[in-house]
Write a protein that binds this ligand. Structure first.
Ligand SMILES: [Zn+2]
Length: 130
């Protein structure tokens, strides 16, 4: 009998998937770029060396993804924890991107990316279980 539906993975909002990918990419970027700048500065593209460029774009992408993930996740599981993690992550990345420069920017963006990863992970897990 096939009429019993599988756990609704088809209807799972994809915002958290893209949020996890994006935050993971920025985490790797923030870990490797300062290292590459010290070891092999010639290999780091010029636009990436310009302060804030990479993270401004990252922030423009992460903001709507986090907002849609918060909204669609809360509608499904009614838990506040992902909203708190994602909200903190967005705030930390915004502060790092638009207020700080250089190494402090990278360091704080790593913290923000970890907060975002945690928020998207919880959101996705709880969306699956409801
Ligand atoms: Zn980054």
């Amino acid at each position: 009998m096939k009429n019993k539906a599988e756990p609704s993975t088809v209807e799972l909002p994809q915002w958290d998937f893209w949020g996890l990918i994006l935050s993971g990419v920025c985490l790797v970027h923030c870990l490797l770029t300062p290292l590459a700048l010290v070891i092999l500065p010639a290999l780091v593209p010029h636009w990436l060396q310009a302060e804030g460029h990479g993270h401004s774009l990252f922030f423009l992408l992460l903001l709507p993804i986090a907002a849609f993930a918060m909204f669609s996740g809360f509608r499904r599981h009614h838990r506040w924890a992902p909203i708190v993690w994602l909200g903190l992550g967005v705030a930390v990345v915004a502060f790092a991107t638009f207020v700080l420069d250089g190494k402090p920017e990278y360091a704080l963006t790593i913290v923000g990316s970890l907060l975002l990863l945690r928020g998207h992970y919880l959101n996705r897990r709880w969306c699956r279980s409801c």
